[in-house]
Design a protein around this ligand. Sequence first.
Ligand SMILES: [Mg+2]
Length: 279
Amino acid sequence: MAAAPPSMPPARSPRELLQGQLAVSLPHAPALVLVTDLDGTLLGGGDPWRRRLYGWLQAERERVLHVFCTGRDLASVARVLGQERELGLGLGSPHLVIGDVGSTVACGHTLEPLPLATDPIEARWAGLPERLLPLLARIPGIASQPVTAQRRLAYLIDPAEIDPSHLAEIESHGVDCLVSDNRYLDVLPAGVNKGSTLLALLDLLELDHGRVVTAGDTLNDLAMFETGLQSVMVGNAEAALLEALPRLPRTYRARGHGCEGIVEGLRHFGFAHLFGDLL
Ligand SMILES: [Mg+2]
């Protein structure tokens, strides 16, 4: 008699697969998904506001899924978390980290990249650095070496010296060149940015877009605001980002800087019932 076929394990959903790559458990049905840029946004505002927001996020971990969405690479995120511990922000504070302007996704506890989210970006990046590094090194106004190179090339630039036609030539190789805060240049696989990676992550996690609020302050946050998700442009936003405000109908312009602006935006979008005594 033939042996019975082995029973197949039930297929795991993308959400279960991603959870399997994480050292933190994600809230099952978060009331809010808060996606914050770091510099000038979650790290901005006065210390009293920062303490209050960080304390609240820590207390509400089971209801509020917190995602960092930053231009920093993972080593730099680790340094920040080490420095901000006294104010209440540390390793494991965020559930998830989108780093490198959207080209890295990592666990908020271990800062280990999550292959399920980063492999598709890696595939789009293959072969590009070898082709582009020598070309970028010859452009006046761009530092000769990238400061970081994880599925992107990040440079410090002198905006007065850069000729935009040189960046257009680089983009013809299948990448996007993003200038932010008038001093950073990021070369990313075409179409990869904070917004595209956030949307892919929300898809993997099957999260309701109506519960998501993003927050940022410089041009590399524009892609988040352009997703159409509820967004907060904090009061200290750079002028170039402010110019885009009229075409961002779901983006609220806060008066408060950094953390104070984030809280103001959450109130604007109807999440104040989650604040309790801490905010
Ligand atoms: Mg920023």
